[in-house]
Structures are given as structure tokens and as C-alpha cells.
Design a protein around this ligand. Structure first.
Ligand code: GLY
Length: 371
């Protein structure tokens, strides 16, 4: 199948989507300038996919580094470990980093590629749904700071993205659902027809139907590629991709990174954004309920944690990178399929959302509580 393309002039790149792509040497070769390649991955992914990837790179001088998995590992220390290997192996400016794994590996390895020798090539090989539909595309790289999510980072576009949809077959249920949160996000923020398609096909997606997952990845990447091509540095329309993230990042930080998966926090955040928009009558109560219903059917949280008091929640939201002159800006729906970044929301309505949208139930128990 033809790759999608992120159109960024001479920094544009293909996104290959399909089954059994990890082991295809022909997808890597055109994007490697030299012989030196460092594959960065995590423990769980290494067991499954490091061998076929190394086989695809067998004519290169390939090294690998296996990091511990999980959001708690998205640190400057992990970046430092990658840079140490690049230095020890005397990798030069024509070397490349291949990020094999989920969002954490992609962000950390991408950031190391962004800063080593002021920038070397990076190929993203995402193996989770979340990484395939969002974090591997668009060049956002970085790590968390104890005070906030993704506070340290750089834009560094990959030279190629290889999304092997067969890798999704080995994804655990919780990881799959967390990825579906980002897929649902595209329906709410950009494409009402895709949201309807998700309502119709969610049950198949939840049982790992390969054809349906392939379509979901492709449509999500089409939207992401279009948005990034129009606004690489998030000076305009790209901010809309942060739907649910100001709420979500506050949940992740407030509950200590790693307790809630990123996608779980984003799911709750999308529902809270819809709740706020409905309170201000930007969308109807029926539309907000459609969003909540799809999120719940996906086994994802439609509210934040009861343990996060509204004033703490608000304080954490104020650390968001979209804050300007101390004012919180939120991405809010104007319809299913249309959103806007705005500071022009009713603070009383936001206070009501933060007070009302709280649940006692915590990850990873949502799926069991499905209606
Ligand atoms: N994950 C949002 C973006 O890449 O802009």
C-alpha cells in the first residue's frame, strides 16, 4: 500500500502502515545515510521485535539499547543513557537512531536523536496503537519533568515512520484501549464521519480486528499528517491535537506519572472538555453524551479521579505549555468533528466540570466496570 506523506518540504517523510513491516530492509535503507544505527527499545518490545528488526539492518553496524518500559522512564536519565552509547560507539553525524516501541521509547529516543551532534536521523517504528496514531508522527520529542509532562523536549521530525499493524495483535487490552483514546480524539477534533465509524466498529477494534485497526491507524495518521503539514511548530491548528490533554496531563501529574496511562488520562480529558463545552452550550448535551458513551464502551474513564481536588486540578492545568500570560487555554469542541483552542471559556463552568467529573474508580479497573 502507498505510504502516507507528511509534507514538510525537504524534511517531509513517509508513514508506512501495514502488516509485517518491521522486518522489511527496503523500508529502512533509503533513509539511512551511514552504516551506524542504534536501535532503542524497551524490555517487553525487545523480546518480540528486536530480532526481526536487527535482521532487517543486518548489513549495518547496528547496536541496541533496551530501556525499562513505562512513563516513569521518560526522563533525562534515559536520554543520557542513549547518548552515552552513541558516544561510546563513536557514532558520527550520519548515524541514525531507530525507536522501536511505544510512545515513551519514541519520545526519549527521538529527543536523544535531536540533541546528539545537534541532530541525527531518527526512524520511528511504533508498536503500540497510541504511538502509531499519534506520538511517532509529527516530530514532538522529549521527556517529563517531575513538575509536569513533556516540559523538556524539541521538535525533531523522523525521516520515516514504519507502523507495523501486526504488532498490535500482541498489545494488551489496557494498552489497546489507551491507544483508542487518541483515535477517538481525532473523531471529536477533526472528523465527525470518522467518529460515527468508530461508534459502528468499536467492538471489532476492541477484539484486535486487524483490518479495522489498520483503517483506524491510517485515518488517524492521515489527519495527523495533514495537521502537521499545515502547522509543524504548533503555532495554530496543531494545538487542536491537544484536545483532552490539558485535563489529561493534570491527571497524569496529579496521580504521579505511570498510575494512569496517558491514553486513559486523555480519554477522561476529552470527556471533561465535552462536558465544559456542553455547559456553555457550545455543543448539545446529546453530543457530550455520545462522546462519553464511546469512551465508556472503549473501557476508558469518562471522568477524572475523585482523589484530585478541583483546586489542585486547576493548579496542575495552569502548568500546561499552552498557558499564555498565566491564562489557561483549552481545546474545546464546537461540534463532534470541530474544535477550537480558546481562553474564552466560562471559569465557573470549568469549576463545575472539575467538581462534577470525578469518579472513585481508578485505572486499571475501568474495563471491568464497562456498562
Ligand atoms: N500529540 C499532539 C501533537 O503531536 O501535536
Amino acid at each position: 500500500m502507498q505510504p502516507l506523506v507528511v509534507e514538510l518540504g525537504d524534511r517531509g517523510y513517509p508513514i508506512h502502515i501495514g502488516p509485517d513491516l518491521i522486518s522489511r530492509p527496503d523500508l529502512y535503507a533509503p533513509h539511512l545515510a551511514g552504516r551506524q544505527v542504534l536501535v532503542v527499545t524497551d524490555e517487553a518490545v525487545a523480546d518480540l521485535y528486536l530480532a526481526p528488526l536487527r535482521q532487517a539492518l543486518r548489513d549495518r553496524e547496528a547496536a541496541s539499547l533496551v530501556l525499562p518500559g513505562g512513563e516513569a522512564g521518560k526522563t533525562l536519565d534515559a536520554v543520557s543513557r542513549i547518548v552515552d552509547v552513541l558516544v561510546e560507539r563513536r557514532f558520527n553525524r550520519s548515524a541514525a537512531v531507530v525507536a522501536l516501541g511505544g510512545g515513551v521509547v519514541g519520545d526519549v529516543a527521538g529527543f536523544a536523536a535531536a540533541i546528539y551532534h545537534r541532530g541525527i536521523r531518527c526512524i520511528q517504528v511504533p508498536t503500540t496503537l497510541l504511538a502509531q496514531v499519534d506520538s511517532s508522527v509529527g516530530g514532538k520529542t522529549g521527556v517529563n519533568h517531575p513538575k509536569g509532562k513533556n516540559l523538556i523536549g524539541a521538535f525533531h521530525q523522523p525521516v520515516c515512520v514504519i507502523a507495523d499493524t501486526r504488532a498490535l495483535a500482541t498489545l494488551g487490552g489496557r494498552e489497546l484501549r489507551a491507544g483508542l483514546a487518541e483515535v477517538i480524539k481525532y473523531g471529536v477534533l477533526w472528523d465527525g464521519a470518522f467518529f460515527r465509524w468508530l461508534e459502528d466498529h468499536l467492538d471489532g477494534l476492541l477484539v484486535h480486528d486487524e483490518g479495522l485497526l489498520g483503517h483506524a491507524v491510517r485515518r488517524s495518521c492521515e489527519i495527523k499528517a495533514e495537521v502537521v503539514s499545515r502547522d509543524e511548530r504548533e503555532e495554530g491548528v496543531r494545538a487542536r491535537l491537544n484536545l483532552g490533554h490539558t485535563f489529561g496531563h493534570a491527571i497524569e501529574a496529579g496521580m504521579e506519572f505511570g498510575h494512569w496511562l496517558h491514553g486513559e488520562a486523555v480519554a477522561a480529558g476529552i470527556c471533561m472538555a465535552a462536558d465544559l463545552a456542553a455547559r456553555m452550550e457550545w455543543i448539545s448535551g446529546g453530543e457530550a453524551e455520545r462522546v462519553r458513551a464511546l469512551v465508556r464502551r472503549a473501557g476508558l474513564p469518562d471522568r477524572g479521579p475523585a482523589g484530585l481536588a478541583p483546586d489542585t486540578f486547576l493548579r496542575l492545568m495552569a502548568r500546561d505549555k499552552k498557558v499564555v500570560d498565566g491564562g489557561i487555554r483549552l481545546v474545546l469542541p464546537r461540534a463532534i468533528g470541530d474544535t477550537v483552542l480558546t481562553s474564552d471559556f466560562d471559569p465557573c463552568a470549568l469549576a463545575e466540570t472539575l467538581e462534577t467529573c470525578r469518579a472513585d474508580i481508578e485505572p486499571p479497573f475501568f474495563a471491568r466496570a464497562r456498562p
